[in-house]
Structures are given as structure tokens and as C-alpha cells.
Design a protein around this ligand. Structure first.
Ligand code: GKR
Ligand code: MG
Length: 418
């Protein structure tokens, strides 16, 4: 099965003003949709970041993959590594440092996912079968809460409304649980002073006593603050995610707080695993196939985590249905991924590039597609509309900090902030 064509299409979709340690989400989120077409007429789908620098690399690499067999993933990886070379500039949101290996892994990922989609279609099996077979029929996701403004400053309030205090966060949780049935909760912190976020976790614990809770301030705290908050939240958190920056700082905190620490910031590429394991910096790794080099490489990382006693969850950034399908297949086929995964799906509020019906939430979990490949089909009309939105929206790279500074000129994303 030879690759004859690859289509790379940037898209934009509406995003609410979600607050984080870096600033606030802009009105449009960007993604890139990759379609790999074979000589036999099979098409596979992949989805990745939409930032211009990354899009340029994806486009350049796509040209270099024409003529390869879809099974030749090692050759594909080598060609991409040769092209990406030393260009280690890509960052997206709060996903830790950029490294050479991470840059290559990020570009390789959508092509690998698309090739697995094709292989599944050709063999008549779902992608989860290609990853070792599903060990669960549905993948649980968590309610991913954000402090947020009622709407973007120049727009009408959105239907989620404001969430700027405990009451707003509890109301947002109730809405997400009502609509999706989530059974665990993650609060994006690092927005307000830690005592305010401690109060929000306590309010959530009181309102939803049976729900596992997580808090993720994206390294907005010093080691001292992290230890204080961790101790104060004893008995309320399933895990505390990236309280502080770096493996050394996380190790200091981990030794002093009662709950496990999780990360999608200090361990983001294989070379980070040995020092993190040796220093016992983390108890939980948040996998993300978008920067861990696709689905198969993520499975390898999962097996390594199993060997070294690290638990697994899954990280997300604003994404569409191709990513959700890929995340669901990976999580379904990863036995030691036992924590509910993160997803931004509720915030895309129905916007998608895949035809409706294949992916749905039941009791907070997405049933694993059982049709061949990823199990999702491109909605070409939606793709065209979202591509037009990309062309018109005027955003070419995610920049939460500059957007925030338009409304709060003294805002600084400096970390640690507290
Ligand atoms: O979407 O604002 C966001 C998140 O803060 C995202 O950028 C993070 O990468 O969800 C992520 C996380 O868990 O750190
Ligand atoms: Mg995180």
C-alpha cells in the first residue's frame, strides 16, 4: 500500500475564553487535519496542532513521504527526523519544554495515526486491535473544568457562562456532568492565588463527594507553595498535576506531599523518563500521542511506565474528533491506563470535522469504535467551513499570553507566580 497523496488542511474552530497559567484561550483554536491516500484508494486520517511553524513542518514532511509503503513507519520516522533536524521551536499551550525528539515525534504522529487508520481499514479491524486489542469497551474521560470569563470580551456570553469563583466552578461541573455523565473531575488551576483554588477543590469535594478530583496549575507554584497546597489538600485529590516546574522541583514536592504527582510538563519525551523515575518525581504520566510520536510509540512508553510502576492518564489540548478517536483507541488498548483521560471535547461544543454518530459520551466514557480503522469519517463540508475559518480568523499560532495582555496589560505568565 503505497502513499500516493497527502492532504494537509489547517482548520479553526471557536474556543471559549478558558483561563490558565499562560493567559486565556483566544476565540479560535487551530488544528491541522492530515489525509493520507494510498494507491489502492484507501484514506487514513490524522490530527495535530495548527500553529504555523508546526503546520509548515507537517507540509514539508508530507512531500517526503509520497511513494513510501504505509507499513514503513521506521523509514517514515527517519525521513521526518532528517527534515525537522535541529528546528526545535514548537511549543503548544502548556506542554513543557520543546526538545529535538519531541519536535520530530509531534510531526510524525498524525502521519502514523493516518497509516494505522489505513491498516485497520485494509484488515477490517479497529485501530485498537493493531495496538494489542482493547481491554475496555469504553474509555472514561474526566470533566475538564476551567476558570473562564462569561464570553470573549468583544462577544456575547457563551452558553457555559462565567466561572471565576467556587460557585461558578461547581455550576460548570454540574453542567458538564449533566451533559456528558463524567465520573471524575479535573480543575485547571494556576489562575488565581492558591488559596482560592484550594477553596474550589474543597467546594467540589463537598458538592461531588464520590468523584475523584485533580488539580493542575501548570507549574505556576514554587516548591514551597506546592508542598503547602499538597498538604492542605490531603484527602481530596486523586493526584496533583504539575504543581511546580522541572523534574528536580517535582521530586522535592513528591517527597513531601501525601498524593501522587502527575505530569504532562516535566516528562514529555523519552529522555526525561530515567531522571524522573530515579528521583521519584512523578507517580502518574499523562500520555499524549500528539507529542509522544503517535500511537505505537505511546504504547511503548506505557509498557515502560508499567515496568517502573508509574500509573497513566492522558493529556489533552483543544482538539477535534479525529484526535478523540485516536485517544480512545490508544486508551482502550493500554491496560495500565487506569485513570480517566483528559479531553477538551465539551469546549468544542459540537463543532467537528468528523461525521456525527461515531463518537459519543455515555456515563462520561466514549465507547471504543468497533468499525475498521479509527472508526470516524471526515465531514468534508465541515472541513471546508473550518478551513475557511482558519483563513479568515487572523490567528496563526496559539498565544494565550498576548491575548490576555490585550485585556490585562500587566499580566505576566512568569512561573512560579506563587
Ligand atoms: O487548554 O489551556 C489549556 C490547557 O492548559 C493545556 O494547554 C494544557 O496543556 O491541558 C493541558 C494540561 O493538562 O496541562
Ligand atoms: Mg496538565
Amino acid at each position: 500500500m503505497i502513499i500516493r497523496q497527502i492532504h494537509v488542511t489547517p482548520v479553526a474552530f471557536r474556543d471559549p475564553p478558558l483561563l490558565n497559567a499562560a493567559g486565556v484561550h483566544e476565540p479560535w483554536a487551530l488544528r491541522t487535519i492530515v489525509e493520507v491516500v494510498t494507491d489502492e484508494g484507501l484514506t487514513g486520517l490524522g490530527e495535530t496542532y495548527g500553529d504555523l511553524d508546526h503546520l509548515g513542518k507537517v507540509r514539508e514532511c508530507a512531500q517526503a513521504l509520497i511513494g513510501l509503503d504505509i507499513h514503513a513507519l521506521n523509514t517514515m520516522y527517519a525521513r521526518i527526523a532528517a527534515i525537522v533536524g535541529e528546528r526545535v521551536t514548537d511549543l503548544h499551550g502548556l506542554t513543557g519544554v520543546a526538545t529535538k525528539e519531541k519536535s520530530v515525534d509531534r510531526v510524525f504522529s498524525p502521519f502514523e495515526v493516518a497509516c494505522l487508520d489505513i491498516r485497520g481499514k485494509a484488515a477490517g479491524v479497529p485501530v485498537s486491535d493493531l495496538l494489542g486489542g482493547k481491554v475496555r469497551d469504553a474509555v472514561p474521560y474526566s470533566a475538564y473544568l476551567f476558570y473562564k470569563w462569561a464570553g470573549h470580551p468583544d462577544q456575547e456570553p457563551d452558553r457555559f457562562g462565567a466561572a471565576l469563583d467556587e460557585a461558578g466552578i461547581v455550576a460548570q461541573t454540574a453542567l458538564l456532568i449533566k451533559e456528558y455523565g463524567f465520573t471524575s473531575i479535573k480543575l485547571k488551576g494556576g489562575v488565581f492565588p492558591p488559596d482560592q483554588e484550594i477553596a474550589a477543590i474543597r467546594a467540589l469535594h463537598e458538592a461531588f463527594p464520590d468523584m475523584p478530583l485533580r488539580l493542575d496549575p501548570n507549574a505556576a507554584w514554587s516548591v514551597e507553595t506546592s508542598i503547602r497546597v499538597g498538604r492542605e489538600l490531603d484527602g481530596t485529590l486523586q493526584y496533583l498535576e504539575d504543581p511546580t516546574a522541572g523534574i528536580a522541583g517535582m521530586a522535592e514536592v513528591a517527597a513531601a506531599v501525601p498524593m501522587p504527582l502527575a505530569t504532562n510538563m516535566c516528562v514529555v519525551t523519552p529522555e526525561h523518563l530515567p531522571p524522573a523515575i530515579a528521583s521519584r518525581a512523578i507517580g502518574v504520566l499523562l500520555l499524549d500521542h500528539h507529542y509522544w510520536g503517535g500511537l505505537v510509540r505511546s504504547s511503548h512508553i506505557a509498557a515502560m511506565c508499567d515496568t517502573f510502576g508509574l500509573a497513566l492518564s492522558m493529556h489533552s489540548n483543544s482538539h477535534l474528533g479525529i484526535s478523540l478517536a485516536a485517544m480512545t483507541h490508544l486508551a482502550a488498548a493500554t491496560p495500565n491506563l487506569t485513570f480517566a483521560c483528559d479531553t477538551h471535547t465539551p469546549w468544542q461544543d459540537g463543532q467537528d470535522v468528523v461525521l456525527p454518530g461515531a463518537l459519543r459520551f455515555t456515563d462520561g466514557a466514549v465507547p471504543v469504535p468497533t468499525t475498521s480503522g479509527l472508526g470516524v469519517e471526515l465531514d468534508r463540508d465541515a472541513l471546508a467551513v473550518m478551513n475557511e475559518q482558519y483563513e479568515k480568523c487572523g490567528i496563526v499560532a496559539r498565544d494565550d499570553t498576548s491575548y490576555m495582555q490585550r485585556f490585562a496589560p500587566t499580566f505576566s505568565a512568569r512561573r512560579p507566580r506563587w
